[in-house]
Design a protein around this ligand. Structure first.
Ligand code: GLC
Length: 535
């Protein structure tokens, strides 16, 4: 597998490790129990010392917070909960001083229902220019809904406008919460507005954008019914992790329409006019590695999240398959791969891999494997401390997914980061009580303070791995040679580094080489649930 000539590909983001900050949960500067921008700025030296290259900050814009900021009411201002534009400028300046790039989150699929456009649309009534910026449809006379589309957060994707009565009654489409109306990307005003938003943040100095629901902007004309078998996740139904049978039964005219690519070609040109290799990364849950690769053709996105890696089971053949499929797919378009194990939407990988000591051992091994691969990696706040998913009591849950369905939800990976001390809020902020989601009372050993300087800690493991990665990430090239070391083993050579991951239980013999880094104790052979880098 050969990707493009590495000498041609030295933009910073191609090899970067980017750390995701979920602002509510990272660090609280003012003591209200909710993280904020001054809190993030105060912890930037920690991130520099961790050894990451960039941070991606989940939305901090003006928002009623029904989906914790993924419901944006003003794309060009900061929510008072998180601070001010001056705070954002100070964060950018400090990050750049420390050599860290900053990626912000852009949410173009929908606005908040409190966005001035939506408020105007509701007020203006059916047939108006204002309603054409969203997807309003007349209420069918038989009392049914305009189509059978489901919200990703459960229930129908249509909500009736409250004051619509009789002949005037209309519904609006929301693929997520009813407070997140979908925009009509076939209306040119929408595209123009987002170009202005891009420029607003590029002018302030951001280095890139993470684009939310990048595969969702356009809906097939006519809005015909969807077909989705029971049990297939609405958002991820088309992702590479689902089986072929499920895939062929899924037909969802709201995702991955060809017109979305025109949007990203336009954005590519906007970014290209700025200095400093500005980038954008797609959150696009697509059906196959090939359809993911279409988002990173040379004139579109810089990168797309590789969710297939995150969805893979703890099995060597699953990981091997994702590696070869990913490299083949990005190779088709001369793009760069990315790797990710956790984010604010999924169960933390320590817990996904079984929890406890076993889950942590596997999580570290999967992380080490991902960090050896060509391309860039995304980390999620707290994974460097080995944080597990938290079982949040129902009365504290806030995720709209839980509120709409009474089940599940993503609060468990969003519990505020423990920094220091022995009891909640573990230095999260100057306050004394529990933060917005309660932290467990057994997290004292998992604080950044407790783990610092302890060679056996997850934090020191991440610091060491990122330091060693720096010695080869940009020079090892992008060619990967897969090695056959047994059914339970993932092994590959990349330039001077050989990475071996043992997903089984029996120890395996290691090839020749000096141990550069290991995720657990290694003594001649490689134990199960462990990975190693040899040089
Ligand atoms: C993306 C975000 C998720 C959000 C949703 C709606 O999937 O990652 O957190 O709820 O989009 O904006």
């Amino acid at each position: 597998m050969a990707l493009n000539d590495p000498a041609q590909q030295q933009e910073w983001w191609r090899h970067a490790v980017t750390y995701q900050v979920y602002p509510r949960s990272f660090a609280d500067g003012n003591g209200d129990g909710i993280g904020d921008i001054p809190g993030i700025t105060s912890r930037l030296p920690y991130l520099r010392d961790l050894g990451v290259d960039a941070i991606w900050i989940s939305p901090f814009y003006t928002s009623p917070q029904h989906d914790h900021g993924y419901d944006v009411a003003d794309y060009c201002d900061i929510d008072p909960l998180f601070g001010t534009l001056a705070d954002a400028d100070a964060l950018l300046e400090r990050a750049h001083e420390l050599g860290l790039k900053v990626i912000v989150d852009l949410v173009p699929n929908h606005t908040s229902s409190e966005h001035e456009w939506f408020q105007a649309a509701v007020a203006a009534g059916p047939g108006s220019h204002e309603r054409d910026r969203y997807l309003f449809r007349d209420a069918p006379a038989d009392g049914s809904l305009p189509n059978n589309w489901m919200s990703v957060f459960g229930g129908p994707a249509w909500t009736r406008v409250e004051d619509g009565t009789g002949d005037d009654a209309q519904y609006y489409l929301h693929l997520f919460d009813s407070s997140q109306p979908d925009l009509n990307w076939r209306n040119p005003e929408v595209g123009d507005m987002f170009v202005d938003v891009l420029r607003f943040w590029l002018d302030r100095g951001v280095d890139g954008f993470r684009v939310d629901v990048a595969h969702g902007l356009f809906k097939e004309e006519g809005l015909r019914d969807q077909r989705r078998p029971e049990g297939v996740d609405q958002l991820r139904g088309q992702s590479a992790g689902e089986s072929m049978v499920e895939r062929s039964e899924v037909d969802e005219p709201m995702w991955d329409q060809p017109e979305v690519h025109d949007v990203y070609r336009r954005w590519h040109e906007v970014l290209a006019k700025y200095d400093g290799d500005r980038m954008f990364v797609a959150e696009a849950w697509t059906q196959t590695p090939e359809s993911m690769a279409r988002y990173i053709r040379p004139d579109e996105f810089s990168q797309a999240f590789n969710f297939a890696w995150l969805l893979a089971d703890w099995k060597a053949d699953a990981f091997r398959g994702v590696i070869t499929d990913t490299l083949d797919a990005v190779g088709l378009v001369g793009g760069s791969p990315t790797w990710v194990l956790s984010n604010h939407d999924v169960i933390r990988h320590v817990t996904r891999y079984g929890g406890g000591e076993l889950g942590l051992a596997r999580a570290k091994a999967a992380t080490l494997t991902m960090l050896a691969l060509p391309g860039s990696a995304y980390l999620y706040e707290g994974e460097e401390l080995g944080l597990p998913e938290v079982e949040v009591a129902p009365e504290f849950r806030q995720d709209p997914l839980f509120l709409r369905t009474g089940e599940g939800g993503r609060d468990g990976c969003r519990v505020p980061v423990p920094w220091s001390g022995t009891a909640p809020p573990y230095g999260f902020g100057p306050g004394t009580g529990q933060p917005w989601l309660p932290q467990p009372d057994d997290w004292a050993p998992l604080t950044a303070e407790a783990e610092t300087g302890d060679d056996a800690s997850t934090l020191e493991f991440y610091r060491a791995a990122l330091a060693v990665r720096r010695t080869f990430a940009t020079t090892a090239g992008d060619d990967v040679e897969m090695l056959e070391l047994g059914e339970d083993v993932v092994a590959f050579r990349r330039g001077p580094v050989t990475c071996v991951l043992n997903c089984g239980t029996a120890p395996v013999d290691l090839p020749e080489g000096r141990v550069l880094m290991a995720s657990g104790p290694v003594d001649g052979t490689l134990p199960g649930d462990t990975a190693v880098w040899l040089g």
